[in-house]
Design a protein around this ligand. Structure first.
Ligand SMILES: *Cc1c(COP(=O)(O)O)cnc(C)c1O
Length: 384
């Protein structure tokens, strides 16, 4: 069999997205404008309304703005699972705060709230749970934990669109802020981009101001309102985190297609679960009743009786024409975090052990049935 190499991820972009971006380019308005405003409104409506959505140029920027708006400052601590991308922690450093890494639950690889409780100090101000792979940290437990310790919650929902958490969509709950990513590999994309969602109007206003240089009127407002267009006030030293209208135009189409893309990923996960049932792998956990899985990542863990280790498995998958990845190399194993906070593998026994046997298989909505069978055949050829 001589199939083309299947990459680990490929965005699901069709003619509708291309036409929407072309229309935006022809409209004469490229930067944040009518498409970005409409995208924010439609995103908030998707989550059920009653929310403010703030479009940004990445989830990393969104995390920075959310932490800033809730008041994270020098010396403040934010609890972050070690099993995440570096953004969740680095944005705390931007503000002079200290991320406090936390070990993960062995089943879900999401933040272990019992371990988090042990790491709370009088400097801890917030917790930033990551809904790993698209399966949410159970909300009742998360809410109770935050209340017990007086912490604000900033959800890193980069994987969790759309995800139901105990009956409520992630982003439609009561937490201070929820941050989504529209990076090219995520469940919906604008190339680069993100969205912050909050129910708190003052928080939304602060994030909108800081998103654009600390200016309290955005460019689109200035050119479309009756006040003189040359006038603006700088009220804080803000950032440059606004989303372009070309990106927002793509995002509006992706948002409409999100349920269909989600259903495709769920079907792929079902096929993988069935195909790997008799293999020496631990398959990903399933959502509990009332919750759902966005299936951004399909992570398997090789068990002791697997004929090869994780690194060799990745090489053999590549030889069989399938790209894979690892989500994540835990933060405490990266030089910056390890050396800055003097962290050792033993401080995070679950994440350190699970990392050694974890691998992510391709699961994206643009995969054909033949692509899915290509992955199944490659995995079974190595482990079967
Ligand atoms: C992708 C990702 C981010 C960063 O998203 P960007 O939009 O690329 O900034 C943050 N957290 C997690 C868990 C991610 O997977």
């Amino acid at each position: 069999m001589n199939r083309a190499f299947l990459p680990f991820a490929r965005p699901d972009i069709g003619e509708e997205e291309i036409a929407a971006v072309a229309d935006a380019m022809r409209s004469g308005w490229l930067t944040t404008g009518p498409n970005a405003s409409a995208f924010e409104k439609e995103f908030a409506e998707f989550l059920g309304g009653g929310r403010f959505a703030v479009a940004v140029n990445s989830a990393t920027a969104g995390l920075h703005l959310a932490y800033e708006a809730i008041g994270v400052g020098p010396g403040d601590q934010v609890l972050v699972p070690t099993w995440t991308f570096t953004s969740t922690a680095e944005a705390v450093r931007y503000l002079g705060g200290d991320p406090v890494l936390v070990d993960v639950d062995p089943r879900t690889l999401c933040i272990d709230l019992a371990d988090a409780a042990r790491r709370v100090t009088e400097r801890t101000v917030a917790v930033a749970p990551v809904h790993y792979a698209g399966l949410a940290v159970p909300d009742a437990a998360l809410t109770a934990f935050a209340a017990a310790h007086g912490l604000k919650v900033v959800e890193d929902a980069a994987h969790a669109f759309p995800t139901l958490n105990e009956g409520t969509l992630v982003g439609a709950g009561r937490h201070a802020a929820t941050v989504f990513s529209f990076y090219a590999t995520k469940t919906m994309t604008t190339g680069e981009g993100g969205m912050i969602v909050t129910a708190d109007e003052a928080l939304a206003a602060r994030m909108r101001t800081m998103r654009l240089h600390g200016i309290n009127r955005d460019v689109f407002d200035r050119y479309s309102s009756s006040k003189p267009s040359w006038h603006y006030d700088v009220v804080a030293p803000g950032y440059k985190y606004n989303l372009t209208d070309t990106a927002a135009a793509m995002g509006r189409v992706q948002l409409r297609r999100a349920p269909e893309m989600m259903a495709r990923r769920a079907a792929i996960a079902d096929r993988f679960d069935a195909a790997f049932a008799d293999l020496p792998v631990q398959r990903p956990p399933r959502a509990a009743e009332g919750s759902s899985h966005a299936w951004h990542i399909y992570n398997v863990r090789l068990t002791e009786d697997a004929p090869v280790g994780r690194d060799r498995f990745i090489e053999l998958m590549a030889e069989a024409g399938v790209g894979t990845s690892v989500h994540f190399i835990p933060l405490h194993l990266h030089p910056y975090w390890r050396d800055t906070y003097r962290l050792a593998p033993d401080d995070f026994p679950v994440a350190s052990a699970e990392f050694e046997r974890s691998v992510s298989l391709p699961i994206f909505s643009a995969m054909s049935d033949a692509d899915v069978e290509h992955v199944v055949g490659a995995v079974r050829g190595i482990l079967g």
